[in-house]
Design a protein around this ligand. Structure first.
Ligand code: PFF
Length: 447
């Protein structure tokens, strides 16, 4: 009986908590930092269109699948996959999917923590008398200082380890409950400011008017990878959280809420940022520094800007924290279950690995900038490997597992639905549309 199974790591105290925790995982640097700069790098509207299509057609069905697998298995992704494979009378080697997911999580965490460190350091920016030029210089100064980057990276990762070591079920809930809505309000406020910037319409057109000639294989792969990244899919984060989900919660509605909130925040961030970019004569294709260069200019020229600027970067850091927690949790839960070690030991161990790898990402902007892998520095190479390859590939296998390996009656039982039209539609997407589309984007890109 589904009602009686519980994870040894605990259960979220209410339905609302799962939505908050999953939204906390989904909404993070991916929405506010990465989405705008990727849109800017890839020509705006065309990228946004493909991204939205990937979320709706591929991301949402897979998210539902991941939550469902997690709740049915009630363990870490690796052990969940093993248990469900055994239930379906196939090879337990499916647990490898959970293991590679945990590895992807660590790799992402290593560079995510470096970028989250930038957000932390901007809490102390001051936000006064900032021009386009001085803002660009301060960001470049930060990147060129190995000690600052390592300091902030270390601080951010230590906070992550501290929270995860205490157990993510208590504590986390209260925080996300109030802080996530606050971040939402500040982003809305920035949108309001953007309407006054003088280039609002230009920003909106850039973001929403697709130039179809810009849809290349690269843009498609980047948009696909970003869809997985922003929804925290393809590596078991949402699966691990699903394991702590109450048995009586509706998975479909939950997945839709999380995906909608996440997409909303990303679009609002874009609406806030691009008008400021154009009004200040900055380049949309500024790259990873886009948010860090543009927003301080906005804060320094708005009333109460010091207050709002500081608060914004505090909240952004916390949004990053609620995501980084979910990057390390699949590995931590797995180590606890498999090696029977304490949560604190498991967290310290994996935290150390992520921290160590992160050093190379931090140094790739300065001392190691000459060191490249396929023409990318270490930071970008790790980003490419995880987001554009590992997550979509993980997504294909999750879709295949749900659609072809699990018994249909078990899927129906876990989702607690009849075989109605919506179910059939979703089942068809996860069996055919999601894997085939991800496969096509891969083929298109690599061939
Ligand atoms: N979704 C997070 C963000 O948008 O910032 C990042 C992330 C968290 C990616 C967890 C993957 C993951 F498993």
């Amino acid at each position: 009986m589904a009602e009686e199974r519980k994870s040894i790591h605990g259960t979220w105290s209410s339905r609302w908590t799962f939505i908050l925790a999953a939204t906390g995982s989904a909404v993070g640097l991916g929405n506010i930092w990465k989405f705008p700069y990727m849109a800017g790098d890839n020509g705006g509207g065309a990228f946004v269109l493909v991204y939205l299509a990937c979320i709706a057609v591929i991301g949402l069905p897979i998210m539902l699948g991941e939550i469902m697998i997690g709740r049915r298995g009630r363990s870490s992704p690796a052990n969940t996959m093993k248990a469900l494979a055994v239930e379906a009378n196939t090879t337990p080697a499916w647990s490898l999917l959970g293991a590679t997911g945990a590895l992807a999580g660590l790799l992402i965490l290593s560079f995510y923590s470096v970028a989250a460190g930038w957000a932390l350091s901007y809490v102390f920016n001051g936000f006064q008398n900032i021009t386009a030029e001085s803002s660009t210089t301060s960001f470049n100064d930060l990147l060129s200082s190995p000690t600052s980057l390592i300091f902030w990276h270390t601080l951010f990762l230590s906070i992550t380890v501290f929270v995860v070591a205490r157990g993510i079920l208590d504590g986390l809930e209260k925080w996300i409950n109030t802080l996530m809505p606050m971040l939402f309000v500040i982003v809305l406020l920035l949108c309001l400011y953007a309407t006054q910037s003088g280039a609002f319409i230009q920003g909106i057109i850039y973001l929403f008017q697709p130039d179809f000639s810009k849809i290349t294989p690269e843009v498609m792969l980047e948009a696909l990878g970003q869809a997985f990244f922003t929804l925290s899919l393809g590596m078991g984060a949402i699966m691990a959280y699903g394991a702590y989900m109450p048995a009586n919660q509706n998975i479909g509605k939950t997945a839709i809420s999380v995906a909608a909130l996440d997409t909303g925040v990303a679009l609002l961030a874009g609406i806030a940022i691009f008008p400021i970019v154009f009004a200040n004569g900055l380049a949309a294709s500024e790259g990873p520094g886009l948010v860090f260069v543009t927003l301080p200019i906005a804060f320094s020229s708005m009333p109460l800007g010091v207050f709002f600027g500081t608060l914004f970067f505090v909240l952004l850091s916390i949004a990053a924290l609620s995501s980084s927690i979910s990057l390390i949790e699949p590995g931590v839960a797995w180590l606890i279950e498999s090696l029977k070690i304490k949560r604190i030991t498991a967290t310290l161990l994996l935290g150390f690995v992520a921290w160590f790898l992160g050093l190379f990402s931090a140094l790739s902007f300065n001392l190691l900038s000459e060191f490249t892998i396929f023409g990318k520095n270490f930071f970008d190479a790790t980003d490419f490997l995880t987001n554009q390859i590992m997550l979509p590939l993980g997504g294909i296998f999750i879709a295949i597992f749900v659609g072809w390996v699990m018994k249909k009656e078990n899927v129906l039982e876990e989702l607690d639905v009849e075989e109605n039209f919506i179910f059939k539609f979703w089942y068809f997407s996860i069996r055919y549309i999601s894997p085939v589309m991800v496969g096509c984007v891969f083929l298109y890109f690599f061939i």
